[in-house]
Design a protein around this ligand. Structure first.
Ligand code: NDP
Length: 459
């Protein structure tokens, strides 16, 4: 038995993907671990993020599938959709996953506290619900992030965020969404597929701005093809209650939109408010993020932070890896830090996006001369279905080394393709090796190894 003056070796605040991974691993290496969670074990990804969102994407895709099946000879008369069934089944699945996360933590030997926890000093955490302190040699901040809304907009509170959207009482008929990022685009497609009228209001010109521009343009076109109204260069200026569930949204362009669901999807902020970090000497950045070194250590030696609360790359698998690296380094004498190069990303729009590596713009800045290969086609499945949805694929090659440094796809199966491609791209695959790879026919992905002609954009 190790002797220590603290109650725990590690106390983790936040039982999301990152916090759970770090805590389980640390416990498996013999650390005495406590974990506090104020909402539900599993965190944003499992409880009100990636997982329920993906289930709703599946639900929504059926909306188009019934229509498209007709071209293949199916009749699907009188199909209907029941929102309450979807939400109940989704909740049941989330409860199951929540149970698994709790069991896994307990089986690893960690103590779980269902309470908000705040940092009192570099070795003390206050458990708010139990009104008592616990001490730990190290504290790990894994509190993630939370959606923010623009509170300067009168009536902003009439809108919901991704926290509430998974528990709506009924399917909205007309949705107005603010934002042009991951959540705005994904939910625009979800609600449209389920039968709602959707208007997306974006302040800039190109939605999904931080992706390769060909992705932005393609997804924008696909949203319009789905019948989603995309209004650019516009923001909300006022939201009014208009009787019953109805709201009236005023835009900076003078346009007025009626909706029964107004949805803020304008980004997330690190959850550090009221956590006692600054008071304990932890340096925070301008968005409230915990500033950490490559080993996720904050400016206070005993306090670490991982995941979205550090605002590095805000994706679940990154938080998991940062958590694992922290536990390996600290509790297994195996120093590791996260490698942020070539992290694949997906947007579950319809069709979805998969992307790994540099955008064309960033690649030109980084490598100078780059070769671009691009194809845009109507996938075979859509010939009989009559769907006009297209697939776009783009490879970015560093001309000097022939290395493929970026790969961007919009089309059915794009996230699955990109996960596999990311292995090769990360390993340094060259365009020549793409060319030497035999095609698999008939697939959409075969286009990736048959692109021979360099693409010159129409400037
Ligand atoms: P994003 O950062 O993706 O997008 C925020 C959007 O809101 C941008 O279009 C941004 O515009 C716009 N915006 C920001 N501030 C304002 C403002 N004051 N007024 C109007 N519009 C504004 O955030 P999301 O909320 O969509 O998602 C949050 C994070 O969650 C993502 O960054 C991602 O890390 C994660 N996520 C990942 C998913 C996945 O992996 N599939 C799915 C969902 C979420 P501009 O582009 O001009 O800055």
């Amino acid at each position: 038995m190790r002797m220590t003056k603290y109650d725990y070796d590690l106390f983790t605040i936040g039982a999301g993907s990152g916090g759970v991974r770090a805590s389980r691993l640390a416990a498996s290496y013999g650390a005495r671990v406590g974990v506090a969670e104020e909402y539900r074990v599993g965190g944003t990804c499992v409880i009100r993020g990636c997982v329920p969102k993906k289930l709703m994407v599946y639900a929504s895709e059926f909306g188009h599938a019934f229509e498209e099946a007709k071209g293949y000879g199916w009749t699907a008369e009188n199909v209907s959709f029941d929102w309450k069934t979807l939400i109940a089944n989704k909740d049941e699945e989330i409860d199951r996953l929540n149970g698994i996360y709790i069991r896994n933590l307990k089986n690893a030997g960690a103590d779980i506290f269902e309470s908000r926890a705040v940092v009192k000093d570099p070795h003390t955490v206050h458990l708010v619900k139990e009104n008592r302190d616990v001490t730990a040699e190290r504290i790990l901040i894994a509190t993630g992030g939370a959606p923010w809304v623009d509170e300067s907009v009168p009536g902003h509170e009439l809108g919901v965020t991704s926290n509430e959207v998974f528990h709506l009482e009924k399917l909205p008929r007309h949705v107005v969404i603010a934002g042009g990022g991951y959540i705005a685009v994904e939910f625009a497609c979800i609600f449209k597929g389920l039968g709602a009228e959707v208007t997306l209001v974006y302040r800039g010109e190109d939605i999904l701005r931080y992706f390769d521009r060909c992705i932005s343009v393609q997804v924008h076109d696909e949203l319009k093809r789905l019948g989603i109204h995309v209004l650019t260069q516009a923001v909300f200026t006022k939201i009014e209650a208009a009787g019953g569930d109805e709201k009236r949204v005023h835009l900076s362009t003078g346009t007025v939109l009626d909706a029964d669901l107004v949805f803020w999807a304008v980004g997330r902020k690190p959850s550090t408010q009221g956590l006692g970090l600054a008071e304990a000497g932890v340096k925070l950045g301008k968005n409230g993020e915990v500033i950490v070194d490559e080993f996720s250590k904050s400016s206070v030696d005993s306090i670490y932070a991982i995941g979205d609360v550090t605002d590095r790359v805000n994706l679940t698998p990154v938080a998991i890896r940062e958590g694992a690296a922290f536990a390996e380094t600290t509790y297994n004498n195996n120093p590791q830090s996260m490698d942020y190069a070539f992290i694949p990303a997906a947007v579950f729009s319809q069709p979805p996006v998969g992307s790994v590596g540099y955008s064309e713009y960033d690649a030109r800045k980084k490598f100078g001369a780059v070769d671009i290969y691009k194809t845009d086609f109507r996938p075979m499945k859509n010939t009989l279905s009559g769907s006009q949805q297209r697939t776009m694929m783009k490879l970015i090659v560093d001309a000097a080394s022939d290395r493929v440094v970026g790969c961007h796809i919009v089309g059915e199966g794009a996230p699955e393709m990109i996960q596999c491609l990311a292995i090769a791209v990360k390993a340094g695959v060259t365009k020549k090796q793409f060319d030497e790879t035999c095609a698999l026919h008939p697939t959409a992905a075969e286009e990736l190894v048959t692109m021979k002609t360099k693409w010159v954009p129409n400037l």
